[in-house]
Write a new protein. Structure first.
Length: 168
């Protein structure tokens, strides 16, 4: 199961129901911000809450990431943006090595994963000030933080929770 959050009743038709959650996978390479904007635009016509994917529960598990990756079926070497970032929580006068807290783009009851342990890739989250956005690595069921301007595919989610711009 990827997410057991309440469903929005008006998800766009491009979204597929996967393990209780509606998702859309997009292969168009864009920055993290472009991906989030594209996801949010999906719900404008219907009033649905659409945003980059958030994985609810006590923590993100490898099984949840594997389910999402299997649904998306990205090309080899293609990475998938998800709705996790520290763009707001990272210190404004950032120095490499500063710690920050990653947050999901919604305020649903979802705990962001702690660093230096799964589901983070070995050695992540990285400390460079530019590595503020998170994506799923290809087929290893792990996440990594990279520069938000890097291009990537992305996974959108439609549920009962709106994106909260103050979080990103």
């Amino acid at each position: 199961m990827v997410d057991a959050s309440p469903m929005a009743t008006s998800c766009p038709s491009e979204y597929s129901l996967v393990s209780g959650t509606y998702y859309r996978y997009a292969t168009g390479a864009g920055s993290w911000g472009e991906a989030e904007a594209s996801c949010e635009a999906d719900g404008l016509a219907t009033g649905a809450h659409t945003h980059l994917a958030v994985f609810a529960g006590l923590s993100v598990t490898s099984a949840e990431l594997s389910n999402a990756y299997d649904f998306a079926k990205p090309a080899p070497g293609e990475y998938i943006w998800i709705g996790l970032t520290d763009r707001v929580t990272q210190p404004s006068l950032c120095s490499d090595g500063d710690a920050s807290t990653f947050e999901w783009v919604t305020q649903e009851n979802a705990t962001a994963p702690l660093g230096n342990a799964p589901p983070w890739y070995a050695g992540d989250p990285r400390s460079p000030c530019t590595a503020q956005c998170v994506r799923i690595l290809d087929n290893v069921a792990r996440i990594t933080n990279v520069d938000c301007s890097d291009p990537g595919a992305y996974l959108c989610e439609c549920d009962a929770y709106p994106a909260v711009h103050a979080r990103f």
